[in-house]
Design a protein. Structure first.
Length: 667
């Protein structure tokens, strides 16, 4: 009782020490500098480039509204970026609410200020929250803004969000109008990271594709371009064909199944906003999907993307009914678009995104608008080109049948010179026909599969996404094993058979690599997969063909230094050795392989020159004098932990519970 009394007394003292003086009120742009991740998604290289995107998006909004025809982006020495447009220019007259400040200063120093909350200035825009320009200002060590309005040139200088000079009138200008912002990212926030010319050029080029009426001029200081850098020092970007030109550039010389993309552009019935699309089906089925809203990339898709998928699926099924192809009824959107290249751009009023970085569109009306608009045009495209439609319909029905055939066990062999074998629909195969030096990654889920496909070497690395946790084959019946889709997919992809029919010479790859998330769930999935191979294809383990990838769980960065940690212990080791006494370290935890950028996944886990693999072997060390005894003990342990008798697992848990480390609370 005395211990409890002391505890409550200590708690009471703690409560008394928490008072009004402990409540902080952040003013102006302080929240942005204190928590940049809330506004631009972090402080890594991607987030730093997002600052430039915010400025370009503001200029694009002027162009889309019909007030600007030209945007210029200049990358200079000293990590300085300048964005200029010939739009109306940010207002510089005194703001009615803050009469001691110009509207320009209010926009640059006040969160949630701007002209895009109502329809007066912009009917559609990418900026919604009035945060972008002020966030750039807050995170810049130096920012200079110039505004040309009414034949007068104005300028003001800022540092870390605070004005360094009053708004200055520089004099008359006859041939200039619009806004120019020049800034340098603050090294206190971003460390020694530098802008990538290739990344910035790719961004502005995509903007030019998304709005046909704008001309974008790109320039980069020559000394910033590497010897092997293909990024031009100067370029003028304007694409009258819009997304159709974008798709043609992305596909290059790859052959198309239909010979011509399905592309179009339509303004909405209310006269405000539009939808533009371009879709093609490459013969190699190496597809991609990119969507945009008001020129803002939405890498996670959203309601507009669902509208496009719905329109194309309904259109194809309707055409199948028209020509009497009953098999069309079994087709899904994944069958239709799994290997397609799709580009979608919408312009709508007051879009709703998930988060400030706008990675997913949440506007429910976008799905209806896109679906109803695209559906009619797809119907006309199919009926107007019967041969094109026949080729597409046959291929999509074939993909649907492949998906349905996955339940049946089938022996597969590698491609021959005269025949392309049908393989699991989600398998992204490698291009090399011989098994030598090839490998297949078994990954957890479509999201991780998408990242892995971008990170892989297409020649030698194949990717097979699996849906969640595979069946525990040690406790499953033969009927369940035969009917399980994931088991059948693995068997088809490897082509070497199982158990009595196993033949290592028919194996389609030299290495099989299990690549799961670096957490407990990932370890569980890896255990289930190892159990599958141990029970169904033990020859793979005996021949040394099975491996475990070692993806990191943490990313540690400080300035320009970035390291990766496998687990908590490794993280603490790096903190104590590599970052000790070096100041604040930014630590991010990967939620899973699907959350890792493709470049990081390649660097840490998939590149044979830099990765670490663990080879899976059967433990024979239990009896060095008698290896057979060691093999028997392994078989017994697998049966104990993975078999059909739960009482064996319960006994194992009881026996080893004392070795489990538990968190305790001292009172």
């Amino acid at each position: 009782m005395r211990v409890m009394a002391d505890l409550f007394q200590n708690l009471a003292k703690t409560d008394d020490s928490y008072s009004a003086k402990d409540i902080d009120v952040l003013e102006g742009l302080e929240p942005v500098r204190l928590r940049p991740g809330m506004y631009i998604g972090g402080t890594d290289e991607r987030a730093m480039h997002h600052l430039v995107a915010e400025l370009v998006d503001n200029s694009m909004d002027e162009a889309v509204a019909g007030h600007a025809s030209r945007i210029e982006l200049q990358l200079e020495a000293g990590n300085r970026v300048t964005v200029r447009d010939n739009g109306r220019g940010i207002p510089v007259d005194p703001h009615p609410k803050y009469r001691d400040k110009s509207a320009l200063e209010v926009i640059l120093t006040t969160l949630h200020s701007g002209g895009k909350f109502r329809k007066n200035a912009y009917s559609t825009s990418g900026g919604l929250h009035g945060v972008g320009l002020s966030a750039v200002n807050a995170l810049a060590s130096e920012l200079v803004v110039e505004v040309a309005r009414d034949r007068q040139l104005f300028s003001q200088r800022y540092a870390r969000g605070k004005p360094q000079t009053p708004l200055q009138k520089l004099g008359q200008t006859q041939n200039r109008r619009g806004t120019q912002v020049s800034f340098v990212p603050d090294s206190e926030i971003f460390g020694e990271q530098s802008f990538s010319p290739a990344r910035l050029f790719k961004m502005v080029r995509s903007k030019a594709y998304l709005f046909r009426g704008v001309e974008i001029r790109w320039s980069c200081a020559p000394e910033l371009l590497g010897a092997n850098d293909k990024t031009p020092a100067e370029a003028t970007l304007q694409f009258p064909g819009g997304l159709k030109d974008f798709l043609a550039t992305a596909l290059g010389q790859r052959r198309s199944l239909t010979g011509e993309p399905f592309a179009g552009e339509v303004k909405f019935a209310d006269g405000v906003g539009k939808v533009e699309w371009a879709v093609d089906w490459p013969a190699d089925e190496e597809g991609f999907a990119s969507s945009y809203c008001n020129t803002i990339p939405t890498p996670e898709g959203g309601s507009h993307d669902q509208g496009l998928r719905g329109a194309l699926l309904r259109g194809l099924k309707g055409y199948g009914d028209l020509v009497g192809n009953k098999k069309t009824a079994q087709v899904t959107a994944d069958d239709l678009l799994g290997g397609a290249c799709t580009l979608l751009s919408v312009f709508i009023e007051q879009p709703q995104f998930q988060g400030q970085t706008k990675e997913k569109l949440a506007s429910p009306e976008a799905q209806r608008l896109v679906e109803s608009t695209v559906k009619d045009h797809f119907d006309h495209w199919l009926t107007g080109h019967p041969e094109r439609a026949r080729l597409l319909l046959e291929r999509i029905v074939e993909r649907a049948e492949e998906r349905q055939r996955r339940r049946a066990e089938k022996e597969m062999s590698r491609k021959t010179a005269t025949r392309k074998l049908r393989l699991p629909g989600k398998l992204a195969d490698c291009s090399r026909t011989a098994a030598e030096n090839t490998e297949i990654f078994l990954v957890e889920g479509d999201s991780a599969g998408g990242s892995a496909k971008q990170a892989r070497s297409r020649e030698t690395q194949a990717i097979l996404p699996l849906r969640g946790k595979i069946l525990n084959v040690a406790s499953a019946s033969f009927d369940k094993l035969k009917a399980n889709q994931e088991v059948q997919d693995i068997g088809q992809a490897l082509g070497c058979g199982t158990r009595g029919s196993f033949d290592v010479d028919k194996l389609r790859y030299e290495r099989i690599i299990i690549m799961t998330d670096a957490d407990v769930d990932g370890a569980h999935i890896a255990s289930l997969l190892m159990t599958f191979f141990y029970k169904e294809m033990p020859g793979l383990i005996e021949s040394g063909r099975l491996y475990l990838a070692q993806p990191p769980l943490y990313r540690l960065s400080q300035g320009g230094k970035v390291l990766y940690a496998r687990d908590d212990a490794h993280r603490e080791e790096l903190m104590a050795t590599e970052f000790k006494g070096r100041g604040k370290v930014e630590i991010s935890r990967f939620k899973g392989l699907g959350e890792m950028p493709a470049a990081q996944l390649k660097e840490t886990t998939m590149d044979p020159k830099r990765r670490t693999l663990l080879r899976v072997v059967v433990n024979q060390a239990a009896s060095l004098d008698d290896p057979a005894l060691g093999l028997a003990e392994t078989a017994e342990r697998v049966e104990q932990l993975m078999g059909r008798k739960p009482e064996l697992r319960f006994a194992f848990i009881q026996e080893h519970a004392r070795f489990v480390e538990a968190d305790t609370l001292d009172v």
